[in-house]
Ligand binder design. Structure first.
Ligand code: ADP
Length: 493
């Protein structure tokens, strides 16, 4: 072990300028299987066993990182193409197998949440969150087998597919049916832990509503900034490599509640194809009292494993306030210190990005804002007049609007409101239309589906939207009065 029958081939075309190749060639010459003759035909070629590659992992990684973006650069393991993430995964699987051989790790070496999340035990605990539609046992086994192959788990000499199959056979029908369904039956996405039968609540990726930039209104500049800071390094890391700059690791979004911070985070994750790990600040502390730091490490590890990934800390002020000597804040202090350590990239995070949102940036520990941590800080303001109209258009796009509804006119009456308020007005406007057009009792008395003709009567008018706006203002008044009572008598102004 590792199995020397696996063959790794790395190849790239030489540049016309030999200077440009000096560094790559110096590294390539260090590797066994360096083919000096290939240089004559203008190519650099290395063929070595996987065993040799594992023992020279840093050299291989360094070389591939240098040349992977070149036209015609190729990396193959047993004729299967590999990219950088794939190469890292292969090396991890082999390290894990080696540690097992050397009895550094017992049978739990590849168990879920052991920190070595890529073995067969891990896979047996995986539940499909996409493509689980109509899955029966054979289909689930096939899906897991594909996942094993995609993650190169089957390279591990200890990988036991029988164990995975036995786990699937042991699932009750109820557990099988409880697997989340998704309309896309691609079966490509498998995620650890979370919805897995028998798995406890864990920090993990959640299935999120598909969100695109087109769902975000009035924040074009912010969207452009996020595309540059997060989407670009995720989708085209070669561009920043070429520029010789490191990507921002963390982005802090701050601004009033309900203005789209979470929405933006979801949109960036969906559009960049990253796995999304949302965590709410208060939930972290209250749920995990005593084990918060460990859960945080676990979260980072899971994200690293699933990269490219985005970890999103909502209400980060609840967990990372300025550290204080006060007894009551000691937990926060430990937690903040752990977060700082993780963000400092002691662990090579790869393509893991951290997004955080807060309404109170002033409360945050200043150390979080240093370079390499949340070094991009973006304000998400309340929408202006143009933004309000755009947000209203977004939320009204599925409403059956009556002819002549002037959304601009409605939006002009919304000054000072948030995006969440606008979403409320659109939804409540639809209900106002329903109440006006179809008495609830008569709808519910119908045993059959309501005919298309009757549904055609449902048309949301400007008056419906204005009535909803009025309702929102009343609601906001009640809420602010309740807050005044809670906060003591209102100040005399
Ligand atoms: P925050 O995280 O800033 O508190 P959210 O992103 O959770 O706010 O917003 C709540 C909801 O309000 C969103 O799911 C969306 O329906 C609506 N919303 C807020 N801002 C916008 C926006 N700029 N464009 C479109 N919808 C918005």
């Amino acid at each position: 072990m590792p199995d020397s029958t696996h063959d790794l081939v790395l190849e790239f075309a030489l540049a016309t300028d030999p200077e440009r190749d000096a560094s790559a060639l110096r590294v390539a010459r260090l590797l066994p299987g360096f083919d000096a003759q290939a240089l004559d035909s203008g190519r650099c070629r290395v063929r070595c066993s996987l065993e040799e590659a594992v023992s020279l992992r840093d050299v291989i990684l360094d070389l591939w990182e240098q040349v992977q973006a070149r036209p015609g650069a190729k990396l193959f393991l047993d004729s299967r193409p590999l990219d950088l993430d794939g190469l890292r995964q292969v090396l991890r699987v082999m390290d894990c197998a080696q540690a097992y051989d050397q009895e550094q790790r017992g049978d739990a070496h590849c168990a879920p949440r052991s920190g070595w999340d890529w073995g067969c035990l891990y896979l047996a605990d995986v539940s499909p969150q996409t493509g689980a539609h109509g899955l029966d046992r054979p289909a689930l086994k096939e899906l897991l087998a594909r996942e094993a192959e995609a993650r190169w788990l089957d390279l591990c000499p200890h990988f036991a597919s029988a164990r995975v199959a036995a786990k699937v056979d042991g699932l009750s029908d109820a557990a099988l049916n409880a697997l989340p369904k998704d309309k896309e039956a691609g079966g490509k996405v498998l995620r650890p832990g979370q919805a897995s039968p028998g798995a406890g609540a864990s920090v993990s990726e959640r299935v999120i509503q598909v969100t695109t930039y087109a769902d975000v209104g009035g924040l074009d500049e912010v969207v452009a900034a996020l595309r540059e800071t997060i989407e670009l390094p995720i989708r085209h890391p070669e561009v920043l490599r070429r520029l010789g700059v490191a990507p921002h690791r963390g982005v802090l979004l701050h601004g009033p509640p309900g203005c789209g911070k979470t929405l933006l985070a979801r949109a960036v994750a969906c559009e960049s194809g990253a796995r999304f790990f949302p965590v709410s600040g208060p939930e972290l502390i209250t749920k995990w009292h005593g084990e918060s730091e460990e859960r945080l490490r676990e979260l980072f590890m899971q994200a690293q494993e699933a990269q490219p990934a985005i970890i999103f800390f909502d209400e980060i002020d609840a967990i990372a306030q300025a550290r204080s000597s006060s007894e009551s804040l000691r937990l926060d202090a430990r937690f903040t210190a752990q977060l700082l350590t993780l963000m400092d990239g002691i662990y090579d995070l790869g393509r893991v990005f951290i997004l955080a949102a807060t309404n109170r940036p002033d409360l945050l520990d200043k150390a979080l804002l240093r370079p390499g941590r949340f070094d991009a800080v973006i304000e998400i303001p309340r929408p202006d007049r143009v933004g309000l109209k755009r947000i209203l258009e977004i939320h009204a796009r599925r409403l059956p609007l009556a002819d002549g509804v002037d959304l601009g006119k409605v939006a002009r009456r919304m000054a000072g409101l948030t995006g969440a308020d606008v979403a409320y007005v659109a939804r409540e406007g639809a209900y106002a239309c329903l109440r006006r057009s179809m008495p609830l009792g008569s709808v519910l008395r119908e045993a059959e589906a309501i005919p298309e003709e009757a549904l055609g009567q449902l048309q949301v008018t400007e008056a419906d939207l204005l009535a909803a706006l009025q309702k929102l203002r009343q609601r906001n008044k009640v809420v602010s009065q309740e807050q005044d009572v809670g906060d003591g008598p209102p100040a005399n102004t």
